[in-house]
Design a protein around this ligand. Sequence first.
Ligand code: PLP
Length: 400
Amino acid sequence: MDKNLFSDRVGRISPSATLEMTSKAADLKRLNKPVYNMSVGEPDFPTPENIQKAGIFAIQNGITKYTPGSGTHELKKAIQDKLIRDNSLNYDINQIVVSCGGKHSLYNACQVLFQQDDEVIIFSPYWVSFPDFISVTGAKPIVVKTNQNQQYEPDFEDLKNKITSKTKGLIINSPSNPTGGVWGEDAVLKTLNICKHYNLWVFSDECYEQLTYSSPFRSIASLTANNNKIITFQSCSKTYAMTGWRIGYLAGDKHLVKAVGKLQGQSTSCPNSIAQHAAIEALIGNQSSIKKMRAIFQKRRDLIIQLINKIPNINCDIPNGAFYVFVDFNNYLKSKTALGEQIQTSNDLCLHLLSETGVVSVSGESFGAPGYIRFSYATSDETINKAMILLKNTLGKLIF
Ligand code: PLP
């Protein structure tokens, strides 16, 4: 194919690795092979019934038309109330945009803020989409190291060294995908002080805000009075098992919000009207489903960590949030399979595990962390138990 056919812009992004593994799992399933899917990035629970009912009500009562491009007033009001209730954050209605998922909000904010010659800091291991959100704008993602043994908090020396006159912003994602790490307040405040000193925009991707297991989550913008350059991103996806409904939002500076609204108005138009109506029920209706789901995730986290710790020569500290464990497999690299195939990278190991056992995982390369593999525990205890036994057996057969 003519390589000039498509714009440079699209050449700067790569396909999502997690979605790629999901489609490999679907291929195996179609062939009737056993699949233990530990790659999923979404709760395995159904959307709570009260939210389903609100969606049905919307369909049956004509809430099926275009809404304002940046979301309905009613939903923005619900978001405003939710941000006060859960996060001690006070935003005006004109400081809120509703988008088609948190991903869309993040993408749009990058589009309106960043361009060629800008640099934007992300922390490794990072969510696969962050580098692409940045590069598609023409800006450059700059990767800063973190401390594996400390919930993947920043390596502050590295952070300071990487800030230049071109640095325009920084993206924090705590609780984190892929590590499950939750930064402590000291680390957040230290990062915010640095950002304030260099006048940087701070993106706080809080889509796993309700999934913390050792202490309640505190929204980053609520930790400082100087929060006018902090943009808070949240989503209904993980909190309310609503990944397919596609409702997320951002809250922050009103000028930025206006610019995002303009961009959205000329691209997707409004988010789905039915999903917006259901999201009101999600955000201000009965919240008991969150507690139930969180308790189940915490049990599964404890289970998977207990099983992983029984496997020789791998490393994984207890993650305090989200529904992922990010495991260090460096000790298994440079081994060979029984058939003599070389396992050089964690990607080789992931593919070997998949073809030998049907266990689907995501290798660390796409998160900027070669040697590691991400397992999602948003799946049944049965799958977790079986997958970890298969993992142990597969590793046990590798030859050094
Ligand atoms: N941010 C992180 C870190 C994620 O893991 C995801 C989804 O996997 C999102 C944002 C976006 O979620 P959504 O667009 O469904 O709100």
